[in-house]
Write a protein that binds this ligand. Structure first.
Ligand code: MET
Ligand code: ZN
Ligand code: ZN
Length: 442
């Protein structure tokens, strides 16, 4: 071996060993990000993605300041203005804007949330915030699928279009929102009601979707409604050695049975119908139980919580809540319930070929030989608040040939899939921004 090369390698190993594990060398001080190649021949978009994955915007205490600084840096690189709106104390929405040639037209929103859900680190192959890339190009980190990939893909698509000197007709807003993973109360739910949201003059929105393990890409035109409910069962207390009447536990059992019997029925409906996906049935999961103070004291109250996800086609107020009331009545006296989430809006976005937004979206995908599978989103995203104010929104994360691993251990995304997604957005952004003026623009 040439001694020079050998010592260069030695130097690199030395640098690698003194820097914190898995942090980036190149983007920090060796090469500016604009270069096509980042770390060790890696595409600079991938390097940026990995850098973003390392920010610990994880609940219960997300480092939102780190994300805000990161996004500020990007806005500066891209030469785009960035606006910050503090919707609640410590909860800031940032909006980066690329103005179109006709700024009076309705705009296109590219939305993404900056927070991620917690991890069980002991179940991960690698540090969940190290963004390790294995020999197959799979990048492991919390947020690779949900949804830091999409954030960086939007950014990189816009960066490339700008670099090509493209001018788009409609204005593009890239929006970065906190707290999606905890219900959006201090994020999108509040923001859509503010004048600053109105001022964005949005005509159509893209937000997150899900990976598809096959060749196709899944797109979501509606969502199930999340209902998070706690049922409180009061009862007579007493000594643990007696047959006390009317106990909390007996009521609790009845409630649990009612909810879980319904769960079985819905599971059966999903499994027996070929044309149903998860978004077409109601899921019920018992997620928390509380009550009791000692082995030999019959408790005065026992509470149980459920996570329900209800398809937009179910009559929520009349049928569903009545059903819950009935179950409570059957279970005994004094049972009450309250909601931590009770989304009622059931707006869906048109996927009719005559709809100009959908037409632009779907024909662009077709032109790229992509197959689309249209579904109802089984969980919940910030799209529900966008649709609730009457705007069309499509949930889409360009990840095919990828197992669905959001919120799971060892969440990953392959770098080739990630890179392909940037090209997809490049085409989609152009198509959507150039949808001709229509009646809603007036
Ligand atoms: C119901 S709040 C949404 C939080 C998360 N996105 C979920 O679907 O669970
Ligand atoms: Zn998400
Ligand atoms: Zn999520």
């Amino acid at each position: 071996m040439f001694p020079v090369l050998q010592s260069l390698r030695g130097l690199l190993i030395l640098i690698q060993s003194v820097k914190p594990k898995n942090t980036q060398l190149c983007t920090c001080f060796f090469f500016p990000r604009q270069l096509k190649t980042g770390t060790m021949g890696e595409d600079s978009s991938v390097t940026l993605f990995r850098e973003y994955l390392r920010l610990r915007t994880v609940h219960p205490e997300p480092d939102y300041d780190a994300a805000l600084r990161f996004l500020d840096g990007i806005a500066e690189e891209l030469g785009l203005p960035i606006k910050k709106i503090e919707v609640c104390p410590g909860r800031v929405v940032s909006v980066m804007t690329w103005e179109g040639t006709n700024p009076s037209l309705k705009t296109i929103l590219l939305n993404s949330h900056t927070d991620v859900v917690p991890v069980y680190q002991e179940h991960w192959k690698y540090d969940a915030f190290a963004a390790v890339k294995d020999s197959e190009g799979n990048i492991f980190a919390r947020g690779t699928q949900d949804m830091k990939s999409v954030t960086i893909q939007y950014i990189e698509a816009v960066r490339r279009l700008k670099a090509e000197g493209k001018k788009l007709m409609r204005t593009i807003h890239l929006m970065f929102v906190p707290d999606e993973e905890v219900g959006g109360h201090k994020g999108m739910e509040t923001f859509v009601k503010l004048p600053e949201f109105q001022e964005l003059n949005i005509g159509f929105a893209l937000d997150e979707g899900l990976a598809n393990p096959g060749e196709a890409f899944t797109v979501f035109y509606g969502e199930r409604n999340p209902w998070w409910i706690t049922v409180r069962c009061p009862g007579n207390p007493g000594h643990g050695s007696r047959f006390v009447e009317n106990t909390a536990a007996e009521k609790l059992r009845s409630i649990i049975n009612s909810f879980l019997d319904f769960r079985e029925k819905e599971k059966g409906r999903l499994n027996t119908s070929e044309c149903f996906t998860l978004g077409d049935v109601t899921t019920v999961n018992m997620t928390m139980v509380k009550g009791g103070v000692a082995y030999n004291v019959i408790p005065a109250e026992m509470d149980v919580s459920f996570d329900l996800r209800i398809p937009p086609t179910v009559n929520l107020q009349v049928c569903f809540e009545e059903q819950i009331k009935q179950w409570c009545k059957e279970a005994g006296e004094g049972i009450t319930y309250d909601f931590a989430q009770k989304h009622m809006n059931q707006n869906m976005t048109s996927t009719d070929e005559s709809d100009p937004w959908w037409n632009a979206f779907s024909t662009t995908c077709k032109a790229m030989n992509m197959t689309l599978e249209k579904e109802i989103f089984p969980a919940a995203t910030d799209s529900r608040f966008i649709r609730a104010v009457g705007l069309p929104a499509i949930g889409f994360s360009p990840m095919n040939r990828t197992p669905i691993l959001l919120h799971d251990h060892n969440e990953f995304l392959n770098e080739q899939v990630f890179l392909k997604g940037i090209q997809v957005y490049e085409r989609l952004v152009v198509a959507l921004a150039n949808v001709p003026a229509m009646t809603c623009d007036a």
